[in-house]
Write a protein that binds this ligand. Structure first.
Ligand code: FES
Length: 153
């Protein structure tokens, strides 16, 4: 991690209004915001680490754990929304025990939502590591995770 952080910081002056762009750049590079990196960003911008943690916690875009091995992406676009995407999202959250933008503690799954997956005719949709699962229902979500568990064992 350390090898890329000085390189990222070298593009900035350390002004406080650069905090969010710096955190975005760190996350783009590392995939998440490790505590050590946030402390170094705080030193660089000459602000308390608690301020950096506070900002990072406020914005849903920031992650504090690496992405999981299995990336679940749920479409929240209009076509999917009117055909039940909110229930699908609720069921996935229930199954995984995480909110959007979070990763399960075992680093198996990450959950995020997107504006459109591009297969609106098959709504509601989600993807599992890029593979589209279409015409989803709560029951199909349960079956999907049962299948994923079987594949993993
Ligand atoms: S709106 Fe969901 S795939 Fe387009």
């Amino acid at each position: 991690m350390d090898y890329s952080l000085p390189q990222i910081l070298s593009s900035y002056s350390g002004a406080q209004d650069e905090l969010i762009p710096i955190l975005q750049a760190v996350q783009d590079e590392l995939g998440y915001l490790p505590e050590e990196a946030m402390s170094k960003v705080a030193d660089f911008c000459r602000v308390p680490a608690s301020k950096v943690f506070g900002i990072a916690s406020f914005y849903a875009q920031f992650r504090f754990l690496p992405l999981g091995r299995t990336q679940i992406t749920i479409c929240r676009g209009t076509a999917c929304h009117v055909r039940g995407a909110p229930e699908i999202l609720s069921e996935v959250k229930r199954q995984l025990g995480v909110e959007e933008g979070q990763t399960t503690p075992d680093l198996e799954y990450s959950l995020e939502t997107v504006a459109c997956i591009g297969c609106c005719a098959l709504a509601p949709c989600l993807t599992v590591n890029g593979r589209v699962e279409s015409s989803m229902t709560s029951k199909k979500v349960k079956q999907l995770f049962a299948r994923e568990e079987e594949d993993a064992s």
